[in-house]
Design a protein around this ligand. Structure first.
Ligand code: SAH
Length: 252
């Protein structure tokens, strides 16, 4: 059942935010909805700046507990479900959710897994490589002629939808029909993709100087499949064995 307890397992991740004032506003948006885990990846300004604290307006405790990391990979450690947000359509479409459909996915995450919702840079959003680390993309269906919300406003809408669904879940006591779904964690998926890429170069399937598009397509395929840890181990085993065999053939 979806409950407010899920809120503690959700981390809001802000990637390379330019203005610390936006981090402050984001902290406020989160606190009003009962969320507290804010992770910032390589922000341009100090998240505890005067402007940030002023915008947080009473949500300074969230800023004080902000986790600052240098890479998105570190921000996603331990996450079984990763959702990326985007203000516009991307060249390579990904499984999409509206903000209202997010809680349904959160409800499928088992008791051990964390959930990340990732927000992009004020100017350019998330890169395609960053979006490729996500299971789903979320687009707030805004005015198509002017669809880019302020980052903290986008966060507010998403946090509100999640909270509302959780309140409704608690009120109704309804078990929901979601089966817990085991998903491999972000760091294990990343390890697999790195390994797969190396193997594809080893077997001369891929050109080491021209891997980007191929890897994004392969990432999309695997993220869509949402492999379980055991399934990912099998895939990794296949990659390892392929490398061993190709190594032996090369030695002959
Ligand atoms: N020009 C950028 C706009 C970034 S807005 C772009 O096209 O992506 C900064 C961040 O706010 C985005 O990366 C996203 O995290 C969030 N955001 C803004 N508008 C949004 C929308 N309509 N749907 C989902 N997220 C949005």
């Amino acid at each position: 059942m979806l409950s407010l307890a899920h809120l503690s397992r959700i981390r809001m991740v802000m990637v390379e935010t330019s203005l610390s004032a936006n981090i402050g506003s984001a902290a406020r948006a989160m606190k009003t909805m009962g969320m507290s885990n804010l992770v910032v990846v390589n922000p341009h300004e100090n998240p505890l700046s005067e402007q940030a604290i002023a915008r947080a307006s009473g949500a300074q405790d969230i800023l004080e507990r902000v986790v600052q990391v240098p890479t998105l990979e570190e921000a996603l450690q331990g996450c079984e479900l990763v959702i990326g947000t985007s203000a516009r359509d991307r060249a390579l479409p990904w499984p999409m959710l509206t903000p209202r459909e997010i809680p349904q996915q959160i409800a499928t995450v088992g008791a051990e897994g964390d959930i990340a919702i990732v927000f992009g840079r004020e100017r350019s959003g998330l890169t395609n490589e960053e979006l490729a680390r996500c299971h789903y993309h979320v687009h707030i269906p805004a005015n198509p002629d002017y669809s880019s919300l302020n980052i903290a406003s986008a966060m507010q809408i998403i946090a509100y939808e999640v909270r509302l669904a959780m309140l409704q879940g608690e009120e109704s006591g309804r078990a929901g029909n979601e089966e817990p779904q085991l998903r491999a964690r972000a760091e294990d998926l990343e390890g697999f993709f790195q390994h797969l890429q190396a193997m594809l170069v080893d077997i001369e399937f891929a050109d080491p100087n021209n891997l980007k598009q191929l890897m994004i397509k392969l990432r999309r395929f695997h993220m869509r499949a949402q492999p379980e840890p055991v399934e990912l181990n099998i895939l990794r085993g296949i990659v390892s064995q392929t490398q061993k065999t190709i190594g032996r053939l090369k030695d002959v």
